[in-house]
Design a protein around this ligand. Structure first.
Ligand code: HEC
Length: 130
């Protein structure tokens, strides 16, 4: 729970939105329903370190969609004992994935790096609980 608070306070939640709400759906169970995907479903410029030099439609090489973090805690077992995070799987741990955030996320990544190690561990424990 401490990790979840820090996740919000640090600003991770500005992109990895905890709660979204569906709109109209003819299926009642899907209509106007809150869910917790930990994404805003939007593209963000993530800086030169994540620029693969390829454009897709109108998206530049450094622009990536915020991935949902729900289920992140299951990734290790579902990916054969090792996690492969970020768009091309280059990050081999949650810690490494956070370190690779640049561009629009640079100031928030810096805030995370400046937190005490115990607080960083709390955030990662929270992410593994999703
Ligand atoms: C500016 C928006 C933004 C902010 C702020 C942000 N992220 Fe992200 N995050 C992204 C995007 C976009 C990606 C995907 C980048 C890629 O695919 O190369 C990502 C990827 C990740 C991943 C890897 C997920 C996967 O399935 O590959 C983790 C873990 C993560 N972010 C955690 C965090 C944490 C923790 C914070 C706060 C310290 C944070 N993010 C702040 C946009 C953001």
């Amino acid at each position: 729970m401490r990790g979840q608070q820090l996740f919000v306070q640090t600003g991770c939640e500005s992109c990895h939105k905890q709660t979204l709400k569906t709109g109209y759906s003819p299926v009642a169970a899907l209509a106007n329903t809150e869910f917790h995907p930990y994404t805003d479903l939007l593209l963000h410029n993530m800086g030169p370190g994540l620029d693969d030099g390829y454009t897709e439609g109108s998206a530049g090489g450094a622009e990536w969609r915020t991935p949902p973090l729900w289920g992140l805690g299951l990734a290790q077992n579902s990916q054969g004992g090792q996690v492969y995070l970020m768009h091309d799987g280059r990050a081999r741990s949650i810690r490494e994935a956070i370190r690779m955030h640049g561009g629009e996320a640079a100031s928030i990544q810096k805030r995370f790096e400046e937190m005490p190690a115990a607080s960083q561990a709390d955030v990662i424990a929270f992410l593994k609980s999703l």
